[in-house]
Write a protein that binds this ligand. Structure first.
Ligand SMILES: [Fe+2]
Ligand SMILES: [Fe+2]
Length: 174
């Protein structure tokens, strides 16, 4: 079964949103580095790499279905924030936007009877639950640390420990 134009369009748009997410987190990582938060910068850099994997998952899915992939221009993210807390607050708000977008894809796949697309989206739906849990934790931790130099320094050190491990997205061909 070919993908319906509606579902295919949403998948192509989601590829762009995931690449934009990567850009946004890379921009945040750069700003954090410039402003002497190497740990938080590392955390955002790992997130940037995760987003590339999310985007590639959708690219590979469309290829597997024999559909053309539209690699649309990626919007330029902003490059200045006021605080480390603000970067994490905006990251959380962005993940909520992505969750909403993926939910809409699932609803469209259901409406158009595309069971394969709907099944493929399961991993992403659960990934978004994880992203929002992490995002909420981040905001909570940085809020608690507040302006305490000791607290923020030790928190930043903890964020330095995050390492990248590429997620295995189910159902994709090798
Ligand atoms: Fe993502
Ligand atoms: Fe994740």
């Amino acid at each position: 079964m070919k993908m319906t134009p509606k579902v295919k369009k949403l998948f192509n748009e989601q590829i762009n949103k995931e690449y934009y997410s990567a850009y946004l987190y890379l921009a945040m990582s750069n700003w954090l580095n410039e402003n002497d938060w190497p740990g938080a910068a590392n955390w955002m850099y790992v997130q940037y790499k995760e987003e590339i994997v999310h985007a590639e998952g959708f690219v590979r899915y469309l290829m597997m279905r024999g559909e053309q992939v539209d690699l649309m221009p990626i919007e330029m993210p902003k490059k200045e924030w006021n605080s480390v807390l603000e970067t994490f607050e905006e990251a959380l708000a962005h993940e909520k936007f992505v969750t909403d977008s993926i939910d809409k894809m699932a609803i469209a796949a259901e409406e158009d009877g595309d069971r394969a697309a709907r099944l493929f989206l399961d991993w992403y739906i659960l990934e978004q639950v994880e992203e929002e849990v992490n995002g909420n934790d981040n905001v909570m931790f940085w809020k608690k640390a507040g302006d305490h130099p000791g607290a923020t320094l030790s928190l930043d050190r903890q964020y330095a420990a995050r390492t990248f491990e590429a997620d295995e997205i189910p159902y994709l061909e090798d």
